[in-house]
Write a protein that binds this ligand. Structure first.
Ligand SMILES: O=C(O)C1=C[C@@H](OP(=O)(O)O)[C@@H](O)[C@H](O)C1
Ligand SMILES: C=C(OP(=O)(O)O)C(=O)O
Length: 433
């Protein structure tokens, strides 16, 4: 990837990954026909679709791109005949373990080399308390067999780690569990599960308390089919926010970006750095706030990233580190130790990738310090190990857009997990000319 001469135009990003997974899962549990428009057709979401089909749902993509789902009803999931291949997707794995946990079925979960290293103990613990049984690979890893139980036992569980996946796994298990299942979230994480479960008709309440957000779902629930419009993914838009900020002369508008406040930490952080981001046409689409974002090149300054932003930008740290590499001064991000258990260890991966491109980075156990150029080109000229991690591949592609020497990815294929048209969009903006 070479430096971009200009970066101009109007683009749309694909559907939100978190909302796409949940659209398929909840539609597959509703009785009747649901329709989903704007579904992200990335590998992670397709893994969820295949798993829901393997457990009995009828899921069809129409020629017009609308997905039509006939669900089996809560409690109606069938025993899958073969192992569920989750590919690279942590969200599919952890949320589906929650669904299986309260059904009288057994499912084996497998995944790629990256997913097979990721910790599953965080869902095994609460779901075991609900009565599910697990046969895992040492260290709580995949491959793993999950034996669900019905009726499962409702629990009251305080999340030990800020994770929307763990929260969602418990709430999904609670759907088919008689009584009240409660998750207490000391630190708020993305709330798509709560919004969508309520939208599908589940009896769910969210109450603030001194301990945090108290989320209670009452089972056994009946879900009503829905028509869903999936907003564009802010985590995908983040690449263009940073790209346009660092490439001189850039002027990019990204349309239809999800602006759920539990997801917009990257916009707040970039604005603190001096980014020129304008929100246009704020509106509500499918129950979620959405806006178009116009981003123009601007000089960036280093910040200390407020740790309270962490959950609302957890997937955006790799590209934030790229912004930091072009900012004036040393940006410091702490309180983000979760980055070490994503598709790769994203702290070490980005420290090594940016380091190989001549950027000074200092790793902390829970974050990183990055010293930027003040807007000048970074040296570049390295080949980057993408480590089966889509966000490392895309972040380093953005880093290349204003580098002195080309930056090469050893493997660009991981991009397809969350953003299959990423390189097409880069071409559309004039970066590959
Ligand atoms: O619930 C979700 O859809 C997600 C939650 C986050 O993971 P954690 O729950 O592990 O923080 C995030 O990193 C992931 O991309 C999607
Ligand atoms: C962490 C991510 O996804 P998942 O956990 O679903 O693999 C991500 O998309 O950055």
């Amino acid at each position: 990837m070479r430096a971009a001469a200009a970066l101009r135009g109007t683009i749309a990003v694909p559907g939100d990954k978190s909302i796409s997974h949940r659209s398929l899962m909840l539609s597959a549990l509703a009785v009747g026909e649901s329709r989903v428009e704007g579904l992200l057709e990335g590998e992670d979401v397709l893994a969820t679709a295949a798993a829901m089909r393997a457990m009995g749902a009828d899921i069809v993509r129409q020629d017009d791109g609308v997905w039509v789902i006939h669900g089996v009803g809560v409690g109606g999931l069938l025993q899958p005949e073969t192992a569920l291949d989750m590919g690279n997707s942590g969200t599919s794995t952890r949320l589906l373990m929650g669904l299986v946990a309260s059904h009288p079925i057994t499912a084996t979960f497998i995944g790629d080399a990256s997913l097979s290293k990721r910790p599953m103990g965080r869902v095994i613990d609460p779901l075991s308390q609900m009565g599910a049984q697990f046969q895992d690979t040492p260290g709580g890893r995949l491959p793993m067999m999950v034996r669900g139980i019905n009726p499962a036992v409702p629990i009251r569980y305080t999340l030990p780690v800020a994770s929307a996946q763990v929260k969602s796994a418990i709430l999904l298990a609670g759907l088919n569990t008689p009584g009240e299942t409660t998750v207490i979230e000391p630190v708020a994480t993305r709330d798509h599960s709560e919004r969508m479960l309520a939208g599908f008709g589940a009896d769910l309440t969210v109450t603030p308390s001194p301990e945090g957000r108290v989320i209670t779902i009452r089972g056994e629930a009946e879900l009503k089919p829905q028509n869903i419009v999936v907003p564009g993914d802010p985590s995908s838009a983040a690449f263009w926010l940073v790209a346009a900020s660092i490439v001189p002369g850039a002027d990019v508008t990204v349309t239809n970006v999800g602006m759920n406040p539990t997801r917009t930490g990257i916009i707040a952080a970039l604005k603190m750095m001096g980014a020129d981001i304008t929100e246009l046409n704020a509106r509500i689409v499918g129950g979620e706030p959405v806006a178009d974002l116009r981003i123009r090149h601007a000089p960036l300054s280093a910040i200390e990233v407020p740790p309270e932003l962490t959950p609302s930008m957890i997937d955006e740290y790799p590209v934030l580190f790229v912004a930091a590499a072009y900012a004036k001064g040393t940006t410091i991000a702490r309180g983000a130790e979760e980055l070490r258990v994503k598709e790769s260890d994203r702290i070490t991966a980005m420290a090594e990738a940016l380091g190989a491109c001549g950027v000074v980075c200092k790793e902390f156990e829970d974050g990183m310090a990055v010293t930027g150029t003040g807007g000048e080109s970074i040296p570049g000229g390295a080949t980057i190990a993408t480590l089966l991690d889509h966000r490392i591949a895309m972040s380093m592609t953005i880093a290349a857009l204003h580098a002195r020497e080309p930056i090469t990815l050893d493997d660009a294929a991981p991009v397809a997990t969350s953003y299959p048209i990423f390189f097409d969009t880069l071409e559309k903006l004039g970066a590959l000319a």
